[in-house]
Write a protein that binds this ligand. Structure first.
Ligand code: 13P
Ligand code: SF4
Length: 314
């Protein structure tokens, strides 16, 4: 079936089912264009608490669908791509994380939202890339902290805040892949270009950044900057919104090291296809189901994040 016919069918089913479609910036352009809301992890979590429709479709990865379900337990939460894992979330098993916490008694446990519900259930405060720095800096300076699972985001916050958080040794396979050499070559070719970097990138890439931030923060920076050209070191899906919202500006994807391809895709995010979105709305499945005890325990640190974010004006 042609894309246009699928798109029309999705719009019809969306209205029939009274469904709200949420999508992350890393999904394909066609899904972003169909979605009711497109956002970063923080915005999507906030939206989950406000949706009025009885059905929410989360086009993203599994931990995002879990988070929506925890924040909107009375809704039917559909995930078109239930097989969309996340290498970062997968780098942190709940049992190993429990042992890590036990090995560091007296530490506050701060976890990135890219974690399973089971890991969140072991956590004191959840953070996203959009609020991690501010939330951690708002804790007393002498508070001992474990941060997991992203060693890159963790070391970035340690550096800018002067904290010495104990870091879990996890990383995202997409953000680890960017080539410093290829970005520097692009900089030579386009000396006017600013380099926008997601904090999941390793330190050498962060060192040459003009802006480090969540996907939403990078988009906001591109919108308000007077520069006309940008090199983007995060998943390439974000370029769709950047190009849409910043007319006349040029966005160049930062290339990965081990590929001839110019941009860097998250294979998990790209599992959200128009066909799967149509099927989910048509069949009302797969729906997220969570163990009640785990979901209850995991929601507490997410609520704490939302409260702290609101209090800090984020
Ligand atoms: P954001 O917090 O910017 O949405 O990033 C989520 C993510 O998965 C990055 O890889
Ligand atoms: Fe996970 Fe990396 Fe994909 Fe983000 S880009 S969803 S951290 S695997």
């Amino acid at each position: 079936m042609q894309n246009q016919a699928l798109i029309e069918e999705i719009k019809r089913l969306k209205a029939e089912r009274r469904a709200c479609v949420l999508a992350h910036y890393y999904t394909i352009a066609e899904i972003q264009d169909l979605a009711d809301h497109v956002g970063d992890s923080l915005a999507l979590a906030r939206l989950a608490t406000k949706v009025e429709e009885p059905v929410v479709v989360m086009c993203g990865v599994h931990f995002m669908a879990e988070t929506v379900k925890m924040l909107a337990p009375g809704k039917t939460v559909l995930e078109p791509a239930p097989d969309a894992g996340c290498s970062l979330a997968d780098s942190c098993g709940a049992e190993e994380f429990r042992r890590f916490i036990e090995a560091h008694p007296g530490h506050t446990v701060v976890s990135y939202v890219n974690t399973s519900a089971a890991v969140k259930a072991l956590t004191d405060i959840v953070v996203t890339s959009g609020n991690a720095r501010e939330i951690i800096e708002s804790l007393p300076a002498d508070e001992k902290i474990i941060f997991g699972p992203d060693r890159n985001l963790g070391s970035y916050i340690n550096k800018i805040s002067g904290r010495e958080m104990v870091l879990w040794d996890g990383a995202c396979h997409v953000h680890e892949q960017f080539s410093l050499e290829k970005i520097l070559e692009l900089k030579e070719r386009y000396p006017d270009a600013l380099v926008l970097v997601h904090p999941e990138c390793p330190a050498p890439i962060r060192l040459i950044a003009d802006c480090i931030g969540s996907t939403a923060a990078l988009l906001a920076f591109a919108r308000r900057s007077d520069a006309r050209r940008f090199i983007i070191a995060t998943e390439s899906g974000i370029l769709h919104k950047m190009r849409r919202e910043c007319e006349g500006k040029e966005f160049i994807p930062a290339p990965p090291a081990d590929s001839t391809c110019a941009c860097n895709d998250c294979n998990f995010m790209k599992l959200n296809t128009l066909t799967r979105l149509r099927d989910a709305l048509r069949d009302m499945k797969p729906a997220v189901e969570l163990d009640g005890a785990t979901a209850g325990a995991a929601r507490k640190p997410i609520d704490r994040m939302l409260d702290l974010s609101a209090r800090l004006g984020l």
